[in-house]
Design a binder for this molecule. Structure first.
Ligand SMILES: [Fe+2]
Length: 578
């Protein structure tokens, strides 16, 4: 049975294919259309998934969409009556979703009547929960999803047992941890979609001086939390995030009310310098999030009496909060879906159908994130030839693996910046050793060098370490796996001076634990770095420059040339300046 999951007309548009209970491919549309967080219809992602599976559209038995316009209809009607603009928006959204069959047929020049696939809907947070539980290695687990908003809910929790999952509760609009974080992110002068990550990094430089105020902004209650709505606007202006029709980039309206600066002090303008007060506000925001999030997890542990927890939703990308779960709850195992944001809905909706609807047994665990496009050596060679690198002052060597890794590790150890491209592209927003920029973690200046030459990011944002999984306990205070860079753990104090570049100001690192089975070549590279330098770690940042992560060899070459990296590994080819 072939199931196609489609996250369409929503941020992080994506597609995934599950054949007889095994994931074959999953990818975000942004990797093809090169628009970060692109919404719209993911035609290119669907085309790729079909190609990878060796299928035609006619071979798809079921299409599943992680959206149910009929979920929480009563609450929606209540708001529709109060807000005519919201009602108009709902009608537009409904029209789009009822047209998915037509959009799919149109993308393949087919007649909608000829599609034999049956279409299904899975509620947004149910798909988030499914994305995490059904990809986890756990036979049973507590489940939690938390984000901004989807199908009029912002959080959902439940439990999974084998092929079945059960929802225990949810929190509906307008109360949302994701929107709380986004609103304060805007208030602090970070206005772009996805900037929450920056503010989380900034929080490490501050103290939670404003925690009492933030406890008034997000109030705890028995079931979880409520927002103090006088500080917000989304309950008055409407909950739908909009998308620029032209290029499908997300547009976020102002989420906080004029009461917020009256309560916390003046907002920060994006151009304004970041002062200690802003850092303390970011810290307070984060600490309050952790209090509520970890409280919900403690409650889930109590309710389910389970040892493992599966997480998804945008809030599950908060690696700082995730890093505290093992210490502050009874959970002993944590699994976070690598595409915990809305891209992951495509995978979740597909597995939900296979297990929960069709009652099929479990046979799959997502132990790596390499579900996107890959390229043959011949295709890579063609891209190198087309870029005329050989005549452009570059030395190109095709090497066997042992020599390639030895030379590459040497380049890293010399403090040079290396583009590292191999295998299939990562699923989710983190580069995990297949589309990465890799550098020496021992050099304190590396963060500044990377920012100046390549990444052009705010200097307060940390870079992340990839570490041999078997060495993680020696270097970090936790050895629990973090294969998808979704946990921040404290670096052991005696090791902090040895890997200063990816150690954040608070002594933590958002680590990727690399196993030989999940990514053999990347593991061998880090092993060789360890042999040459004594440190089983590399600094790993995504292969891009303010754009979606590179997907094709051509894009890697363009980024390499544009940003003046020192060397580039493209599959078996080592490219250096001659
Ligand atoms: Fe979501």
């Amino acid at each position: 049975m072939n199931i196609l999951g489609i996250n369409a007309y929503h941020g992080n548009a994506s597609a995934a294919i599950v054949c007889d209970g095994r994931l074959i491919a999953a990818v975000e549309e942004e990797r093809f259309n090169r628009v970060k967080y692109a919404a719209g219809f993911p035609a290119a992602a669907i085309r790729y998934c079909l190609k990878e599976a060796g299928l035609m559209l006619a071979d798809i038995d079921h299409v599943t969409v992680p959206r149910n316009p009929y979920a929480r209809l009563g609450t929606k009607l209540f708001y529709a009556v109060r807000m005519p603009s919201f009602a108009r928006e709902r009608v537009k959204v409904l029209a789009k979703f009822t047209g998915i069959r037509e959009a799919l047929a149109a993308a393949f020049d087919s007649n909608p009547g000829k599609l034999k696939a049956k279409f299904h809907r899975v509620e947004h947070h149910v798909a988030h929960l499914a994305s995490s539980f059904y990809c986890s290695p756990f036979e049973e687990a507590a489940l939690l999803s938390a984000d901004g908003l989807g199908d009029f809910a912002s959080s959902m929790w439940g439990a999974g047992f084998g092929p079945r999952m059960k929802v225990h509760g949810s929190i509906a609009f307008p109360h949302s941890l994701g929107l709380y974080y986004s609103a304060i992110t805007q208030y602090l002068g970070f206005l772009k979609f996805g900037d929450e990550y920056k503010v989380m990094g900034l929080g490490a430089y501050g103290d939670p001086e404003f925690l009492e105020q933030f406890r008034e902004i997000v109030k705890s209650n028995g079931a979880g939390f409520t927002l103090n709505l006088k500080y917000f606007t989304h309950h008055r202006t409407g909950p739908e995030m909009s998308w620029a029709e032209a290029d499908k980039t997300p547009v976020l309206g102002k989420l906080f009310s004029d009461e917020l600066p009256k309560y916390l002090g003046a907002t920060r303008h994006p151009e304004e310098a970041i002062e200690q007060r802003h850092k303390n506000l970011a810290s307070s925001l984060q600490v309050r999030l952790e209090e509520v999030y970890l409280g919900m997890l403690r409650q889930a542990a109590e309710q389910t009496q389970m040892k493992s927890v599966c997480l998804a939703g945008g809030v599950a990308f908060n690696c700082v909060a995730n890093g505290k779960i093992l210490d502050q709850t009874r959970f002993e195992n944590v699994y976070v879906h690598p595409a915990a944001g809305d891209a992951g809905l495509a995978v979740g909706a597909a597995f939900y159908l296979w297990h929960q609807v069709f009652k099929q047994p479990r046979s799959f665990a997502m132990e790596h994130a390499y579900w996107g496009p890959g390229f043959s050596v011949a295709e890579t060679r063609a891209a190198i030839d087309e870029a005329k690198l050989a005549s452009g002052g570059f030395c190109i060597a095709q090497l066997d693996e042992e020599k390639l890794l030895r030379e590459t590790a040497k380049i890293i150890g010399q403090g040079k910046i290396l583009g590292w491209f191999q295998g299939r592209a990562e699923w989710g927003p983190r580069a995990l050793g297949n589309r990465s920029i890799v550098a020496d973690p021992r050099r304190p200046e590396m963060k500044e060098v990377l920012n100046r030459r390549i990444k052009h990011r705010e200097i307060f944002r940390p870079f992340a370490p990839s570490i041999l999984a078997e060495a993680s306990g020696e270097w970090f205070e936790k050895s629990h796996p973090s294969p998808f860079m979704t946990m921040a753990y404290a670096v052991r104090p005696e090791k902090r001076d040895r890997i200063p570049a990816p150690t954040h100001v608070d002594g933590t690192g958002r680590l990727q634990t690399v196993t030989k089975t999940a990514n053999p070549r990347y593991w061998k590279l880090i092993k060789e770095v360890e042999r040459q330098t004594g440190v089983p770690v590399v600094l790993n940042t995504s292969f891009n420059d303010n754009e979606p992560i590179v997907c094709k060899p051509q894009e890697a070459i363009d980024c390499f040339l544009r940003t003046q990296m020192d060397a580039l590994v493209l599959e078996d080819f080592l490219i250096t300046k001659s």
